[in-house]
Design a protein around this ligand. Structure first.
Ligand code: GLP
Length: 261
């Protein structure tokens, strides 16, 4: 795991976007793993600026969202299908026909979940997966005790997650109770993962994921098994990391040929 500690959230967005762009530029039709939530919004803004400046072309990129609420109308502004279309596909100049979100309205949710994993595989797998992390350590919507080998499937949202996401809805009661999410095993198949976290509220989850024992109690900790995981955090989100001085030292002395930002 590479852990990069930066002064503020804007820098986190800039450096994480540079990493994503460096992978995306390796091919004409990269496969991007797309996270929703607040954490990656600066990444998308940075990537959109690269596209607008003509330094990045994502017209042929494919995209797979991490997750979707179950039962939410497609046109609801907070369905992840709406969020991905509005905040990602449009600004990044992606082709909507090449971007998929799990179908949380499918009559047969289990079949939709299996088909989603197959579609990722048929696309050749995800080149770079963007991730945030929940305050309880979840990635995607893989709540604590998710199997570390799990595939895309239905999950029940933890009460903490519903409270955290209530800000996007009129009230916590309006937050759906279930979701479809890529599994931890699915996420682990991405060739590169870039996880971002900002703010004190994420400090415990980041410490657990990066330095804690690998455990389904902190689903993000599964990334310790990933051969190419980059974790980019601001000072507040890094505040519970024991080895923070080592991470700073490592980044400051990163060889020029390894740098991407
Ligand atoms: C959400 C999403 C995750 C996200 C996490 C953190 O509910 N399903 O993909 O990473 O929880 O959200 P935020 O970035 O808004 O803090």
């Amino acid at each position: 795991m590479e852990i990069i500690v930066l002064p503020d959230a804007a820098e986190v967005g800039r450096v994480a976007a540079a990493k994503v762009a460096s992978v995306a530029r390796r091919r004409e039709d990269p496969v991007l793993g797309l996270a929703t939530g607040s954490s990656p919004t600066a990444i998308y803004a940075e990537l959109a600026a690269e596209v607008a400046a003509g330094r990045l072309d994502l017209r042929r990129a494919r995209g797979f969202a991490l997750d979707e609420y179950v039962g939410i109308p497609l046109e609801h502004p907070e369905s992840y299908a709406s969020v991905i279309a509005r905040d990602v596909v449009g600004p990044l100049g992606m082709d909507p026909a090449l971007v998929r979100v799990p179908d949380g309205r499918a009559a047969d949710l289990e079949a939709a979940a299996v088909e989603y994993d197959e579609a990722i595989r048929a696309a050749g797998g995800v080149d770079v997966q963007i991730l945030g992390i929940g305050a309880n350590g979840h990635i995607g919507f893989n709540e604590p005790t998710s199997s570390l080998a799990s595939r895309t499937r239905i999950k029940t949202l933890a009460p903490r997650t519903r409270e955290d996401n209530a800000r996007f809805f009129d009230s916590v009661d309006d937050v759906p109770t279930h979701c479809l999410t890529q599994g931890l095993g699915t996420i682990m198949e991405a060739r590169e993962v870039v996880l971002v976290a900002q703010g004190e509220a994420k400090a415990e989850a980041v410490a657990g994921a990066v330095e804690g024992p690998v455990s389904s109690a902190v689903p993000g900790s599964v990334l310790q098994f990933h051969p190419h995981a980059t974790v980019v955090v601001d000072e507040a989100a890094a505040s519970r990391l024991r080895l923070v001085d080592y991470y700073r030292h490592t980044y400051a002395h990163k060889p020029a040929w390894q740098r991407f930002a």
